[in-house]
Design a protein around this ligand. Structure first.
Ligand code: APR
Length: 304
């Protein structure tokens, strides 16, 4: 079992380390900068006697080495820099994605694709259009990351361990994301019964700005520990055919009244990728917010 990670930068190499640490699959780490991929792979394999890795890792810039991957994770692209909106990235990362997708189509036509490159929902839909075929085989990582960020903030605020918190963040990976306050339970109690509306609004706002908060502190580059962890959970669900419900950017064809774009919705993830999109009944305010989030993504896609 082999997976390929395209882009051996911060997210790609952190993900490779997670996959090896958990002995999930052999890893091909590919980067346009061949020496970077090779160096990271050598460094990771040197850690195997210390960490007990049973799987192998290879660094390359040759797509032939990625052939017949079970899943391909695309992190290739520029990270968002301070003062740069996710939308500024579209044209640069769009070009990179097209080049990467052409190779994936040639060498791993059956792979499940997990998109990490930002702006994530745009790139996920672009991947679907460029690759063609079944929409379930293409998904984007972000809803899972946004959910983890909201959960982490709630956990700190309330002093409750994350595993006692149930919540989901849907919509686009950006300012229009939709934390589902209506579906947030703390120790099985509704969040609205535990915090004031004002405080919930503040935490929702901070969740939306979390990526930017990290970018501002890092000065160069963007978050990678939590994005790689969010990606790992998806990958594990694919490889172990877990049928786990994870909010993922998925191509929609009428679900939630949304068509022809990708945003995060609750998705059952297994060996076939997005095996089912769950259509939950949402209160009007959240449904409208979700549709507005999709509209914001579609407006950008129309311009493309
Ligand atoms: N093919 C392969 N790799 C490429 C290509 C390409 N055409 N173009 C760029 N890359 C590589 C770069 O050489 C770099 O090593 O992609 C890697 C990106 O790594 P980082 O710059 O460290 O970015 P990272 O923090 O990993 O973020 C990757 O995920 O979260 C998003 O916004 C983020 O789009 C960005 C992506």
């Amino acid at each position: 079992m082999k997976i390929s990670i395209i882009g051996a930068g911060n997210v790609g190499s952190a993900l490779a380390e997670r996959v090896l640490t958990r002995n999930l699959a052999d890893v091909v780490l590919l980067d346009i900068v061949e020496d970077l991929a090779k160096a990271k792979a050598l460094d990771l394999s040197d850690a195997s006697p210390l960490m007990g890795y049973k799987k192998r890792v290879l660094g390359t810039s040759d797509y032939k080495k990625t052939a017949d991957s079970r899943a391909v994770i695309i992190t290739a692209g520029f990270p968002r820099r301070q003062g740069m909106s996710r939308d500024d990235l579209i044209h640069k990362n769009g070009e990179i994605m097209r080049a990467v997708l052409k190779n994936i189509k040639a060498f791993s036509p059956d792979a499940i694709l997990v998109v990490v490159t930002n702006p994530l929902d745009i790139m996920t839909y672009l991947a679907y259009k460029e690759i063609g075929g079944e929409r379930r085989k293409i998904l984007g990582m972000a809803g899972n990351l946004d959910t983890a960020r909201f959960k982490a903030l709630l956990s700190q605020e309330l002093g409750v361990p994350p595993e006692k918190i149930e919540t989901f963040v849907l919509g686009s990976h950006g300012d229009t994301m939709v934390p589902l306050v209506s579906k947030t339970l703390i120790n099985e109690k509704p969040l609205a019964s535990m915090l004031s509306k004002e405080r919930i609004r503040e935490l929702v706002k901070r969740t939306k700005k979390r990526g930017g908060e990290i970018v501002a502190l890092l000065k160069s580059g963007s978050a990678y520990f939590s994005p790689s962890a969010a990606c790992f959970e998806i990958l594990e669900a694919i490889i172990n055919d877990a049928k786990k419900v994870i909010p993922c950017s998925s191509v929609l064809k009428g679900e939630y009244g949304i068509n022809d774009c990708a945003i995060s919705v609750p998705a059952k993830i297994g060996k076939g990728g997005v095996e089912e999109i769950l259509e939950w009944k949402l209160p009007d305010t959240e449904l409208i917010a979700l549709r507005n989030s999709a509209k914001a993504v579609k407006d950008i896609l129309d311009k493309l």
